[in-house]
Design a protein around this ligand. Sequence first.
Ligand code: SF4
Length: 334
Amino acid sequence: MSTTVSPAAAWWRPSPNGQAACDLCPVGCRLRPGQAGPCGTRANRGGVMTPLNYGRVAALALDPIEKKPLYHFHPGRDILSVAAPGCNLHCAFCQNWNLSQKHDAPTRPATPDQLVAFAQAEDSVGLAFTYSEPLVWFEFVRDTAVAARAAGLKVVLVTNGYLNAGPLDELLPLVDAANIDLKSMDDRFYRRVCRARLQPVLDAITRFVAAGVHVELTNLVIPGHNDDDASLGALVDFVAGLGRPVPLHFSAYRPAWKLQAPPTPRATLERAHDMARRSLDWVYLGNVAGATGRDSRCPGCAALLVDRSGYRGELKLTPQGACPACGVVQPFVM
Ligand code: SF4
């Protein structure tokens, strides 16, 4: 793949003494000349904010779209998944810390058009920006999304939702679907474990939904940190209040990076599932074996809609996305 020229960074302001103020995410960095942000994706170069990751690809794979996880968006299709190093959160439990927190992870150059051509050659439904944090790959994600949309491909983000409203509103018209991490409903958890805040994430989720993007949410359930009934109940109440069906994925944590709490027991995930199902029609379990929270069933008649095994699903839905038994159209994008 050939080298691509990095454009100027978006969403920043010159500040006194050669500093550059970043308006991309709620961290709100003010960088001295030569200084890089803690996300590792932008730096002040001679008083000008410069993206460090434009056209730099650290991971590229063709994945089942269920692996994002997206269970209600083109189920059964593959999607070309790409990432650059870097993240604006620093979650002690990050399951992908080798990519998100190691800013010197090896990369190779790529252009938006090359990624689009690759996706088309692989019969991918689109491009997913995933594995690390796409919102701080802003300029490249934006430019690639424009090219992907022009080629008839879908654009997917797998994200922490930690972006300011202005850049988010610029990006959302280019996005078809997103899986957003909602790590906890406790601001202290975000501050202590992720070095971030809760409210901007809630605001971003609301903006994605209001913009008509297909949204699914993921909660990584960590023993002793966010697995109590009150925390799970608050999360379910928030999802139920979003005003349209939003699938919720509870995912099993495994010890990683700085957090060495024990792995999530299956019983904890099943408790979360059963609690959420009292209010939500679409609740799934991830990173764990077993039958609970695996398949999609019609909320009305309980008929099987998608029979899943691992990341692969056998569709029972009609081509129009209706239940094969009762005929009610279900909230799936086909
Ligand atoms: S995107 Fe990076 S540089 Fe900009 S405010 Fe967020 S953490 Fe700081």
